[in-house]
Design a protein around this ligand. Structure first.
Ligand code: ADP
Length: 265
């Protein structure tokens, strides 16, 4: 108070204006917190497999040196852990690439039906492993959207991979293409791609958090099925870059549907 009075007195009689500025630091602080969490998460995710690999090296040097059976098993585990790290680094690179050009909307015409067929063919071996089928439902129609073919391929691949990974064995995964309709949220005419599984579903309170980096419903289970926890974060960023939206709905015990809406014009 006294400072204000002194200042007011100093300016008295002089035609001066006082400019008071307030800066809201909440958003800056939030961004800093997100960055700190991110670095902590990445470090943890990389450290876990590294610690495991180092532990196995130690054992291979010592007690397991002359036991070919143990050696083979340990090498398998080390390979799996190293693969996990490769997946994580690949995921981080994809994420940062998408973030860099998120402001630039891609415009190359992409045929979503052809892309879905390619995805199914590419994931055939993974589907066969779990005795799953992946089927495409699409009426004749216009499935062309402006986009980045590589990134849209990644969206479909991540969603179908998740449906296979989390859906469980002997189940059917459906990719359904729905013709363009006006979408109120997007205020645009958008094609919808649904990826549906018949898996255990996801409890409602997890759904809003699934696209956070490293968020996993069941960390232990997710570790055994593999994955980096970045897949849906990447999907969300790619869909945002295409000015579309991702909607997730799920019924426990029945299955989940991940819907991607992409504006057609
Ligand atoms: P990741 O699969 O590498 O763990 P994602 O970002 O792709 O990471 O998925 C985040 C989490 O969302 C998964 O760990 C899993 O718990 C949950 N999830 C994703 N897709 C499905 C699905 N189709 N059914 C059930 N849970 C799912």
């Amino acid at each position: 108070d006294s400072i204000w009075q002194m200042r007011a007195a100093a300016f008295e009689g002089q035609r001066r204006a006082i400019l008071v500025t307030f800066t809201d630091l909440t958003a800056v602080e939030e961004a800093n917190q997100i960055r700190r969490d991110f670095v902590a998460n990445v470090s943890h995710e990389l450290r876990t497999p590294l610690t495991a690999i180092m532990g196995f090296i130690e054992t291979l040097r010592g007690p397991a040196r002359d036991d070919p059976g143990v050696r083979g098993r340990f090498l398998d585990i080390m390979e799996r852990e190293a693969n996990r790290m490769v997946q994580l680094v690949d995921g981080l690179l994809s994420l940062s690439r998408v973030e860099v050009d998120e402001r630039v909307r891609p415009t190359t015409p992409v045929d979503l039906k052809a892309l879905a067929e390619e995805t199914i063919a590419a994931l055939e071996p993974l589907a066969a492993q779990g005795n799953n089928t992946v089927t495409l439902h699409a009426e004749p129609g216009n499935w062309i959207v402006p986009g980045d073919i590589g990134q849209l391929h990644q969206v479909l691949r991540n969603l179908v991979q998740n449906a296979l990974k989390y859906g469980g064995p002997d189940k059917n995964v459906v990719i359904a293409l729905h013709p363009a309709q006006f979408d109120v949220a997007l205020r645009a005419t958008a094609v919808r791609i649904d990826v549906q599984d018949e898996g255990p579903g996801i409890e409602a309170h997890h759904i809003p958090r699934l696209t956070e980096r490293f968020y996993r419903v069941d960390a232990h289970r997710a570790r055994t099925v593999g994955g980096s926890g970045l897949g849906l974060a990447i999907v969300k960023h790619i869909v945002n870059r295409h000015r579309g939206r991702l909607a997730i709905s799920s019924t426990p015990e029945k299955g989940s549907t991940f819907s991607v809406l992409l504006p057609q014009e």
